[in-house]
Ligand binder design. Structure first.
Ligand code: COA
Length: 183
């Protein structure tokens, strides 16, 4: 009952308190300074440029996919990370029921392996805890072992294989989940 009420009030109040979710912050990661703030619609052009740098020749998410996510009435948090004014990457998540689902995460190649992706995951886990979620979940390509290593380090475990999940290549996805421990 309490759980149903929590979910309902989250949905009803959401449009009114949407902008208060994430206070922008300057963070130190392995000695370097970065700036993290909520992703805005005006960032989409640069988000697409980030994707172009990573997925050379392909564009996994289109402008309209980003727009739909950022304007969604489902509780969500998208974060962008910057060095000076350069957009280095982003992470996206949305809450459905008691699960916070990470929809996308990407860091430009020059900045990968410096702890930024891990820090963005930590921020989403905090968002999930704030919203009393029980799990954080994501899908990752079976072949993307680097990303899987990071997710395991962050406490995610394999849950299931989703066969032929990625349309373009028919590649399977690994469904991963992190259980949020009660404090
Ligand atoms: C996956 C990704 C978001 C991780 O972000 P990141 O900032 O590179 O990750 P971090 O620096 O916080 O974590 C590094 C750890 O993750 C792993 N890792 C993942 N991708 C890595 C990379 N390209 N280079 C080095 N380490 C990588 C390693 O296990 C590393 O751990 P270690 O330092 O103990 O060796 C980023 O590499 C990326 O954008 N990759 C391309 C897009 C992608 O695969 N997105 C995920 C789709 S599900």
């Amino acid at each position: 009952m309490l759980k149903r009420f929590r979910q309902l009030s989250r949905r009803v109040l959401y449009p009114f308190n949407r902008r208060k979710i994430y206070p922008s912050q300057t963070v130190k990661i392995n000695g370097d300074t970065f700036f993290i703030r909520e992703t805005e619609i005006e960032d989409i052009k640069e988000l697409l440029a980030v994707e172009r740098k990573i997925y050379v020749g392909q564009l996994p998410w289109t402008k309209s996919a980003f727009l739909t996510e950022l304007k969604s009435s489902i509780p969500h948090l998208y974060l962008s990370v910057f060095a000076e004014s350069e957009l280095l990457g982003f992470i996206g998540s949305r809450i459905i029921g008691d699960d916070c689902h990470i929809t996308n995460i990407a860091i430009i190649p020059e900045y990968q392996g410096r702890g930024i992706g891990g820090r963005l995951i930590d921020e989403i886990v905090k968002f999930a805890i704030m919203n009393r979620c029980e799990t954080v979940s994501l899908e990752v390509r079976m072949s993307n072992k680097d990303a899987q290593r990071l997710y395991r380090k962050k406490g995610f475990v394999s849950k299931a294989v989703k066969p032929a999940y990625y349309n373009e290549t028919n590649e399977d996805a690994l469904d991963m989940i992190k259980i949020i421990e009660e404090e």
